[in-house]
Design a protein around this ligand. Structure first.
Ligand SMILES: [Zn+2]
Length: 245
């Protein structure tokens, strides 16, 4: 299979020589791939402006011998115009794309990861809300098997009151074990709602805010193995596996 076609989202791009560009795409069926778009920076490029970060495209690529494929066709499926014209929304979209770029291995298909990213971009484009990015990052961590422990103190197992959260520990902490960042019970409730929701990627915005570390542009430190984050695919944080294409 040297030629393949897929739906993809452009995560980032960079210049290659005078006229070409390297494009990193998260595709639905081929995982994260890198391709060269030849002549993309010429005014009469056949790709036009279709291969920009956040572009949702139907692409055809030629599988190269090395890491780089060659983009042979690209048709726009969605430009997310609102998102591109608003600096704040674009920054939020960049944060979710950067996080996905960090966690997604090359050429390992994961349709759930792809659908989560597409859903987040759509939401940022159509109905942005303060919790979209933190909720996405929590869900992404959960998807990668690194969800924070939220049901009991990550050090002693006490059910509460839970008063702090520490990403290094991998979850929430009780009064006795507290470290990291102070957190209100409503913030814990928001994180649980995000992580334990079975369906939708984005909770309705409420008065509570998720802790600051949840909104960073990268997924943050990984919990030490054997303690902390939930692992495996059957925990309560596993995202909905909706395949309604
Ligand atoms: Zn404790």
């Amino acid at each position: 299979m040297s030629l393949y076609r897929d739906d993809g989202i452009v995560l980032r791009t960079w210049r290659l020589g005078e006229a070409d560009r390297i494009v990193v795409l998260l595709t639905a069926e081929h995982g994260k791939v890198r391709g060269v778009a030849k002549g993309v920076r010429k005014t009469r490029s056949k790709f036009g402006g279709r291969l920009e970060p956040t572009s949702h495209v139907d692409v055809q690529l030629h599988r190269g011998r090395g890491d780089l494929d060659v983009v042979t066709q690209a048709e726009t499926l969605d430009r997310f115009e609102n998102l591109r014209l608003d600096a704040e929304r674009f920054a939020e979209a960049s944060a979710v794309m950067e996080a996905v770029d960090v966690v997604a291995p090359d050429r390992e298909p994961d349709e759930n990861r792809y659908r989560m990213l597409l859903g987040a971009l759509r939401t940022l484009d159509e109905r942005p809300a303060a919790l979209v990015v933190p909720a996405f990052l929590l869900k992404l961590l959960a998807h990668e098997g690194l969800a924070p422990q939220l049901d009991a103190c990550v050090r002693c197992g006490s059910e509460g009151p839970l008063v702090a959260v520490d990403p290094g520990e991998g979850g929430v902490l009780c009064e006795t074990c507290r470290r990291g960042m102070a957190v209100s019970s409503s913030a814990v409730a928001v994180m649980r709602a995000v992580c334990w929701a079975r369906r939708d990627p984005v909770p309705s915005p409420g008065p509570a805010r998720a802790p600051g570390w949840v909104g960073r542009s990268s997924p943050g430190p990984r919990p030490a193995s054997g303690r902390g984050g939930r692992r495996g695919g059957d925990g309560p944080c596993w995202p909905a596996a909706g395949r309604s294409r």
